[in-house]
Design a protein around this ligand. Structure first.
Ligand code: NAD
Length: 362
């Protein structure tokens, strides 16, 4: 009996539609092989939604997401919307999606693909074997805290304000996701904060220590965020699972991403309390290469694999997508962002065709 899943597609802006096309073809192909039927429904977000409706997250989009089994997002944003008032910018749509679906946990794996070791800007011996999972808190902290804004002071000077705030329950639930993630890996968890300076960070640390009592098999360490940024570049293999707040996680996961050589290779999963997840590449909409058939679709395909694994509990189908990615890399096919001498240059579309061919042979 075939299984049916309703997937909401949010291609968004820039290279989003190009890489979504590739991932959808791969899902259809793996579905046909595995007895899985995907029903795709496309919805608007970001700049595309602003152009069509004036709203970066139309209510119909949020409703479609809530009415599906999983959401596959590509990317949002572009220069043409950068000067709009904040409430109307593409990024506001993305933040609205995360809070609307209560996606409080963002899982970002950064592991070195052996075929791409030389694409990293770091030395081979530093990065070979790196396999890190960054668990970032996604719906709290300074990106959502109140008060926020630019206000006039009593002296008439303007003052910009954002607020980094966490409740105990917000910290506890992300800590539990991180401990459970670490349990499935090497049972090492590093909590990153700035407890030497920020009260909110000291509170974060105290709560994580409290939750650690429920997971005695996991080794917990703590690191200040400035040191963590340095250590990720100096000696990344010391890390397995990292848990951190929204702002620190945003920055650290991009550093971890670059260890792997290309941001075009990295998927992510955002999970909520309800079990509904949004699966998206770590990279943005890459407006500099949009519409030129230059985008690397592999992060989007690997995001589809994370969707199968974490969102739909279809680990075998997920593995087939991952194997297809490795097969095309073994065939020495590369998009521009991961190109190195002697490799075969391909565009987004051709990479998609090669992936489908590779999948057919698995
Ligand atoms: P970006 O990730 O879009 O691009 C950074 C660089 O990496 C660019 O040179 C780009 O060409 C390259 N790149 C990114 N993805 C690639 C891919 N799949 N294949 C090949 N090359 C790739 O980041 P940016 O330039 O800082 O931001 C561009 C826009 O994207 C902005 O509007 C920003 O707000 C938005 N953005 C969106 C998200 C998201 O949707 N989650 C995340 C980050 C940035």
């Amino acid at each position: 009996m075939s299984k049916n899943y309703r997937i909401t597609l949010l291609p968004g802006d820039g290279i989003g539609p190009e890489i979504t096309t590739v991932a959808v073809e791969m899902l259809k192909a793996v579905g046909a092989k595995s007895g899985i039927n995907f029903v795709f429904k496309e919805a608007l977000i970001g700049g595309a939604a602003i152009e069509a409706t004036g709203n970066p997250l139309p209510p119909e989009t949020l409703a479609a997401c809530k009415d599906s089994d999983a959401v596959m997002l590509a990317a949002i944003g572009g220069y043409q919307w950068d000067n709009l008032p904040r409430a109307q910018r593409p990024e506001t749509g993305l933040l609205g999606l995360r809070s609307g679906l209560e996606l409080f946990a963002n899982l970002r794996p950064a592991s070195i693909v052996p075929q791409l070791v030389d694409a990293s800007s770091l030395k081979r011996e530093v990065i070979e074997g790196v396999d890190i999972m960054v668990v970032r808190e996604l719906t709290g902290g300074i990106y959502f805290g109140q008060p926020r804004g630019v206000f006039s002071t009593e002296t008439g000077e303007q003052r910009g304000v954002n607020t980094m705030a966490y409740t105990g329950s917000e910290i506890d639930r992300i800590a539990r996701v991180a401990f459970e993630t670490a349990q499935k890996r090497t049972k090492k968890l590093c909590s990153v904060d700035k407890a030497n300076v920020l009260e909110v960070s000291q509170f974060w640390r105290d709560r994580v220590i409290e939750i650690a009592k429920e997971y005695s098999d996991v080794e917990l360490t703590h690191m200040y965020v400035d040191n963590a940024a340095m250590q990720l570049v100096r000696s990344p293999k010391q890390f397995d699972t990292i848990v951190t707040s929204n702002l620190f996680g945003d920055i650290l996961s991009d550093i971890a991403a670059m260890l792997t050589g290309s941001i075009g290779m990295l998927p992510s999963a955002s999970l909520g309390a309800s079990g509904l997840g949004v699966f998206e590449p770590v990279h943005g909409s890459a407006p500099d290469i949009a519409g030129q058939d230059k985008a690397n679709p592999l992060a989007q395909v690997l995001s589809a694999a994370m969707m199968l694994k974490y969102g739909l509990n279809e680990p075998e189908a997920a593995q087939q997508l991952e194997k297809a990615v490795i097969t095309v890399l073994d065939g020495n096919y590369r998009t521009g962002d991961i190109m190195s001498p002697g490799m075969n240059p391909v565009g987004c579309k051709q990479m998609g065709e090669l992936l489908v061919q590779a999948l057919a042979k698995i």
